[in-house]
Write a protein that binds this ligand. Structure first.
Ligand SMILES: Cc1cc2nc3c(=O)[nH]c(=O)nc-3n(C[C@H](O)[C@H](O)[C@H](O)COP(=O)(O)OP(=O)(O)OC[C@H]3O[C@@H](n4cnc5c(N)ncnc54)[C@H](O)[C@@H]3O)c2cc1C
Length: 302
């Protein structure tokens, strides 16, 4: 029986054999068996509740920290669309934002209400769901610093309201089970001056362009910084900068970024990353941890 026939009826959209290279920054990787765009939280909850437990389900943000392997994903990939991009200001200088909202849009929304604290989000090209999952951060701030609460659905479709303690944030990580899907979050900001806030955001955006390959097909920081060390320095020290395998290259501009030069496969990208890890381990006895999330099966490119 094909996968689609085992899935419940939904209000949103189910698409078979969906090309994931179109929806990730690296622009590589094979298809998902099924891509599901739910129509709101109720539809998503109903889908999770009625989808047999043996069917793998993965939630995608905007794929800015994700490598999909060439063989694609066997199961359902969920993508939160417009129904999950709402933003409101609540009492006490808080904002509630949908998990599908882009970090940059949230930063601009917050700034337009003369609230400060979310400027760092302007430089992170992901969605709020990805930011919660990865405890995304930049310039000394991270999601943990502004977090008040979040809502997530578990694999059975049960709704959970999560506190900061539940989230168990650590560096580029949160402790919520991997198969839970965030649908919204509340952040705490502070009153500020709109002009100052927008100046700070412009500076962040400029710094980014100067130091990172933000216009390339990339996946953000490849490796998490090991305790007390910088991943990029370790990569640089073993001759990683510019290292190339097939169409994949360690960025010359920032050597903790991998680049698809145009014709890379996921296998090339993973291979160049693994080569760097091997060298760093050999020379520094430090095993770099992949920060980029990798999913799917190895396979050939169609
Ligand atoms: C040019 C560039 C610069 C970057 N700079 C930074 C930076 O400064 N700081 C930083 O922290 N990151 C940075 N990143 C990495 C990336 O933008 C962040 O990790 C971002 O939070 C990922 O969000 P996403 O929506 O793209 O998630 P994806 O890449 O799609 O997914 C990443 C993980 O989040 C999970 N996820 C996504 N949505 C949800 C949801 N709704 N519920 C549960 N889990 C979810 C996915 O399942 C996956 O495990 C950069 C990336 C690029 C390409």
């Amino acid at each position: 029986m094909k996968l689609l026939d085992r899935l419940p009826e939904v209000e949103g959209r189910l698409r078979e054999d969906a090309n994931l290279s179109k929806v990730t920054w690296f622009q590589v990787g094979g298809p998902a068996d099924v891509l599901f765009k739910p129509k709101g939280e109720g539809d998503l909850s109903n889908f999770l509740k009625n989808t047999p437990a043996d069917i793998p389900v993965f939630v995608l943000g905007v794929g800015s920290n994700l490598l999909v392997r060439d063989g694609g994903y066997r199961g359902v990939v969920v993508r939160l669309g417009r129904d999950f991009t709402g933003m409101d200001v609540l009492d006490g200088h808080k904002v509630r934002v949908g998990a599908g909202a882009l970090d940059g849009n949230v930063a601009r929304f917050v700034a337009s209400h003369s609230l400060t604290g979310a400027e760092f989000l302007i430089g992170i090209p992901g969605s709020i769901g990805g930011a919660l999952r990865m405890n995304a951060g930049a310039y000394g701030s991270e999601v943990k610093d502004i977090f008040v609460s979040a809502v997530a659905l578990d694999r059975q479709g049960m709704r959970h309201e999560l506190t900061a303690a539940d989230m168990a944030f650590s560096y580029r990580h949160c402790g919520i089970p991997k198969d839970w899907i965030f649908t919204e979050a509340v952040f705490q900001l502070h009153p500020g001056d709109e002009v100052e806030i927008s100046k700070a955001m412009q500076e962040i955006a400029k710094n980014r362009e100067d130091s990172q390959p933000v216009k390339s097909r990339t996946g953000g920081s490849t490796f998490a910084n090991p305790e007390g060390k910088k991943a990029w320095e370790l990569v640089d020290s073993v001759g990683g900068r510019g290292l190339t395998i097939g169409g994949a290259q360690v960025s010359e501009k920032h050597c903790n970024f991998l680049i698809n030069n145009g014709d890379a496969t996921a296998r090339d990208l993973e291979a160049v990353g693994e080569e760097v890890r091997r060298r760093v381990f050999k020379e520094h006895d430090t095993l770099l941890r992949w920060e980029i999330v990798r999913i799917g099966e190895e396979g050939s490119v169609e």
